[in-house]
Design a protein around this ligand. Structure first.
Ligand code: SAH
Length: 233
C-alpha cells in the first residue's frame, strides 16, 4: 500500500512497467547470491513492492531514462550518483521499515531512496549538502505526490536534531567514520546503515544497531562504493 495521495503516474503497469519488473527480478537474484554475506537472501515483500512502485526513470536525467532500470548507479548531476537499485533495496530492507516509522536519510541526491522509504514509512527527513540537488529533489518528490518526505539543506554529519530521534537512519554517501550525532539520533531498537571507509575506494556497508539498553552493535554487510560524504565531521 502506498502512503501517497496520488499515484506517481507510472505504476507497475504503466510506462517502463516491464523494465521495472525486470529490475525487481534482478534485485531478487542478487539478494539470493549475496544472502550469505548480507544475512538477507530475500528482501521483505513490502520493500520489493516499493521498488516496483517508484518510477526510477523520473529520478534520473531525461537522457538516461532508458537506462534507469538497469541494476547500476547512474550520474544525476553535480558529480553525484543515484545508487544501484540492489543497494537501495538492501539499504531499505536492512533498516526494517514499519508504517509508523520516521526515518532520516543523509544524502538526498535525486530523492529516489527517499521515495522508496516514503512508500513504506510514515515520514522521511532527508538532508542534502548540495543546495540545487536538494531543491530539485524536493520539487520532484512534490510533483510525484510524496508529501511525507521533507528535504533539508545541511551537512548530514549533524543529522537532523530538530526531529530526532529516528526509527531508522540511512546514509547514502561514504563516511570516514560513523558520526556520533547520527548514533545519538537513533531510537533504542533502531538501525542505521552507513558506508564507512576511504573515499574513492571500497567502503564497508555497515549496519549499526542501537539495542534497547542503548548498547551499540555493528556488523559489516558488504563491500560497496559510494560517492564521498563531504563537509564536517
Ligand atoms: N540517495 C541518493 C543518492 C545519494 S549520492 C539517491 O537516491 O539519489 C550521495 C549524496 O550525498 C549526494 O547528493 C551528495 O551531495 C550528498 N552528500 C555528500 N556529503 C553530504 C553531507 N555531509 N551531508 C548531506 N549530504 C551529503
Amino acid at each position: 500500500m502506498s502512503l501517497r495521495d496520488a499515484p506517481a503516474g507510472a505504476g507497475a503497469g504503466g510506462e517502463f512497467g516491464t523494465e521495472r519488473a525486470r529490475m525487481v527480478a534482478e534485485i531478487a537474484d542478487m539478494a539470493r547470491q549475496t544472502g550469505q554475506e548480507t544475512g538477507r537472501p530475500r528482501f521483505a515483500d513490502g520493500v520489493m513492492d516499493a521498488m516496483r512502485a517508484v518510477p526510477r526513470h523520473l529520478f534520473v536525467p531525461r537522457e538516461r531514462a532508458d537506462s534507469a532500470y538497469r541494476n547500476h548507479p547512474l550520474p544525476i548531476g553535480s558529480g553525484q550518483t543515484i545508487s544501484q537499485p540492489f543497494i537501495v533495496a538492501l539499504t531499505t530492507d536492512l533498516i526494517e521499515p514499519r508504517k509508523h516509522h520516521r526515518v532520516l536519510e543523509i544524502g538526498t541526491g535525486s530523492g529516489y531512496q527517499a521515495a522508496v522509504l516514503a512508500e513504506l514509512v510514515h515520514a522521511v527527513d532527508t538532508v542534502e549538502i548540495i543546495e540545487p540537488l536538494a531543491r530539485e529533489a524536493a520539487q520532484r518528490l512534490r510533483t510525484l505526490g510524496y508529501h511525507n518526505v521533507s528535504v533539508h539543506v545541511g551537512d548530514g554529519h549533524a543529522g537532523w536534531p530538530a526531529r530526532a530521534p529516528y526509527d531508522g537512519i540511512v546514509v547514502t554517501a561514504a563516511a570516514s567514520h560513523v558520526p556520533s550525532a547520527l548514533v545519538a539520533q537513533l531510537k533504542p531498537g533502531a538501525r542505521m546503515v552507513i558506508p564507512v571507509g576511504p573515499q574513492h575506494s571500497t567502503q564497508e556497508f555497515t549496519l549499526v544497531e542501537k539495542r534497547a539498553d542503548g548498547g551499540i552493535v555493528t556488523r559489516v554487510v558488504l563491500p560497496v562504493r559510494f560517492v564521498p560524504m563531504t563537509g564536517g565531521s
